[in-house]
Each structure stands twice: as C-alpha cells, then as structure tokens.
Write a protein that binds this ligand. Structure first.
Ligand SMILES: Nc1ncnc2c1ncn2[C@@H]1O[C@H](COP(=O)(O)OP(=O)(O)OP(=O)(O)O)[C@@H](O)[C@H]1O
Ligand SMILES: [Mg+2]
Length: 128
C-alpha cells in the first residue's frame, strides 16, 4: 500500500467503500496469489486510486466489455461471481464525476485506476 500523504475528499463513504472493495476483491480473485499493490495519490484536484495485480490479466478484446452488467471474461467454473462488481464500480465513480481506467494484457496482470474529483466543485472545474 503506497500513500505518501493523506488524500481527503468529499465522497459518499459507503459508495467509495464499494469501489475499493470491488477492485481489491477482483485483484485477489484474479491475482493468482501474487502480491497486490495499492497506491493512493492526489493531483490537480483529483484523487487517484490504483490497484495492481500480477494475475491472469485481461485480453484486449474483452477489456471494453467488462464494465457492462453481468459481463464476465472468465468461466464461472473457474472463478465465481456475477459480473456486477465493475459495473457497480463504474456507476459509482461516474456519479462522483470521476472515471475508471484499465491497463492490462492477458497473462500480465491488471491495473485498475480510479480518478475522483476531491470535491463536487473540482469536478465542475475539471470539465471546463
Ligand atoms: N483484476 C482482474 N484481473 C483479471 N480479470 C479481471 C479483473 N477484474 C475483473 N476482471 C474480469 O472482468 C470481469 C468482470 O468483473 P466484475 O468484478 O464485474 O465481475 P466478477 O468479479 O466476475 O463478479 P462480481 O464482482 O459480481 O462478484 C470478471 O469476470 C473478469 O473476467
Ligand atoms: Mg468482481
């Protein structure tokens, strides 16, 4: 866990907990027992949370669909789950004026980063 400084923002704490929990749960589930890195930083009125695993990774052709409801990139025989976690996560992040991005390659692990405005005011400022 890397967090050089405390990052303080105005967010719905229960919803934010869901975001963090979903990303870490996926990193554990698909991370093949390798270490998971969590980094929290802040820049230009935004907070950034990145969760990196070194597990199965995600092929490029599947990456664009993963944030849809019930969409899964793995067989349920090998990995349990409904395919709702990332859909819920993206919905919450966008409701806060933020965005979520993914960097991954099949077999090379995955990094999911969430950018959230520190306050509703900085969300508006970021769009202008
Ligand atoms: N860290 C990751 N590494 C590899 N694949 C991932 C990772 N996170 C998500 N995925 C892929 O994205 C799909 C959708 O993820 P999501 O969290 O929405 O669903 P789930 O984990 O399968 O089920 P749920 O979260 O509802 O229990 C997963 O089924 C998996 O194929
Ligand atoms: Mg999940």
């Amino acid at each position: 866990m890397h967090a050089e400084q405390p990052v303080v923002g105005q967010w719905d704490p229960y919803r934010l907990e869901q975001v963090v929990t979903n990303l870490i749960a996926n990193a554990i589930k698909f991370g093949e027992n390798a270490p998971i890195e969590i980094a929290v930083t802040s820049e230009d009125g935004f907070a950034r949370l990145c969760v990196t695993d070194h597990g199965i990774g995600i092929p490029a052709e599947v990456q664009t669909q993963l944030f849809e409801r019930f969409r899964r990139g793995v067989s349920s025989r090998h990995y349990g789950g409904l395919g709702l976690g990332l859909y819920i996560t993206r919905t919450i992040v966008e409701a806060h004026g933020g965005r979520i991005r993914l960097v991954s390659e099949a077999g090379q692990g995955s990094t999911f980063c969430v950018d959230l405005p520190l306050s509703p005011a900085s969300a508006t400022a970021g769009q202008s």
